[in-house]
Design a protein around this ligand. Structure first.
Ligand SMILES: [Zn+2]
Ligand SMILES: [Zn+2]
Length: 373
């Protein structure tokens, strides 16, 4: 069920006939002249409207053509991608053929072009295994085309910078299609069947034409936090120093509030132990939280101290101190403090590759994010 047919060498697109009048006039003209041809096999064409209301072309007679028929959802999705592209300065055409420099053929559901830049939108309503996705993506790379994949199946590559892939869901009520971007909690192997649509697994849901429009307009970004300045919320609790007996506050948690800069983006947790383990970590923390600044909030200095106790078989580690006497507030006590931590201060921090790439756990930030602003 293509959106495209041929008249001689010219491509004719169903979506170019917006009004009912134009579509009907075109139908009459074709019935008389019969000069439209199917791109797949050259057979005669009839004009149709799918059960979902998408205008398209079809074989006039069921014949020997073995081109697999498309689902009505696939057809609608192509049409919505085209709709989105038409709101941009990209030129988009459905069902475009091409080849890599070494002659491997590809066919894009929708190929968007602007100058030398090309983006292929691939709508996988039918299942495709990962190896085939990889092969097809390599063909696009070899042809200097960026391939973007929309899958109905759940086992698609969901955090791959080189292969942007997303879930596509048909919404019967809206007669539309939306694109779902996975949250850090999503993994197709671990999500229970009844929880596969749950909100906690999907951080963003975007109408398809808007998604396509945004994808070529710089709104779709991979790891947008990398290199960005993010607010770091420093969370503290009260404790009593065991050396001087005075009250002090100690840092128990640090959260990079990425969602404040990139709405709907997951926040990123940072801890003193994790910063302690990365090269240069303690001095990075000292740069974020200078002693004088912490003191103003009643928080003791955070620095590397020699441990009197053999806490972690290490002589010294990045630790909290007492704001009055400077004595180490041993880390293992922090777990025993059950007060709710409060945000004592917020500082701006550059989410810099030099330390971020050493941090454990990258799933909160190595992911796709769509700017919905
Ligand atoms: Zn055909
Ligand atoms: Zn003290």
């Amino acid at each position: 069920m293509p959106l495209k047919c041929l008249r001689g060498a010219d491509e004719i697109y169903a979506f170019d006939m917006e009004s009912n009048g134009a579509w009907e006039a075109f139908r009459k003209e074709n019935a008389k002249s019969g000069d439209l041809r199917m791109p797949c096999c050259g057979a005669a064409v009839v004009l149709r409207t799918s059960p979902l209301g998408t205008r398209h072309f079809a074989h006039k007679r069921t014949g020997p053509c073995e081109t697999a028929p498309e689902s009505k959802e696939h057809l609608l999705a192509k049409r919505l991608v085209i709709d989105g592209m038409r709101r941009t300065n990209w030129d988009a055409k459905p069902e475009q053929d091409g080849a890599t420099p070494t002659g491997e053929r590809w066919k894009a559901d929708v190929l968007a072009t602007r100058g030398k830049a090309r983006v292929a939108f691939e709508i996988q309503w039918s299942r495709q295994d990962g190896a085939e996705t990889k092969r097809r993506q390599e063909r696009y790379v070899a042809s200097d085309i960026r391939g973007l994949w929309l899958f109905r199946q759940l086992d698609f590559p969901f955090a791959d910078k080189d292969c942007p892939a997303f879930r596509m869901v048909f919404d019967e009520k809206m007669n539309g299609v939306s694109v779902w971007i996975p949250s850090p909690l999503w993994h197709p192997d671990y999500a229970k069947p009844e929880e596969r649509d749950a909100d906690r697994h999907w951080s963003q849901r975007i109408e398809l034409s808007r998604f396509a429009e945004g994808a070529v307009s710089g709104r779709l970004r991979f790891a947008p936090t990398l290199g960005a300045t993010l607010p770091l919320d420093v969370m503290v609790v009260k404790t009593v120093c065991r050396r001087c007996g005075k009250e002090t506050r100690i840092v128990v948690k640090m959260v990079l509030a990425a969602s404040r800069i990139f709405p709907t983006h997951p926040d990123i947790h940072v801890s003193l132990p994790s910063m302690d383990r990365i090269p240069g970590g303690p001095s990075i923390v000292a740069g974020w939280l200078p002693k004088g600044l912490l003191r103003r909030y009643g928080v003791g200095e955070v620095k590397v101290r020699r441990s009197g106790l053999e806490v972690e078989k290490r002589a010294s580690y990045l630790s909290n101190g007492c704001v009055s006497c400077g004595a180490m507030q041993a880390r293992w006590f922090e777990g025993n403090i059950d007060d709710d931590p409060e945000v004592a201060l917020t500082v701006d921090v550059v989410f810099d590759e030099s330390w971020v790439l050493h941090m454990p756990g990258t799933r909160n930030w190595r992911r796709w994010w769509f700017d919905e602003s």
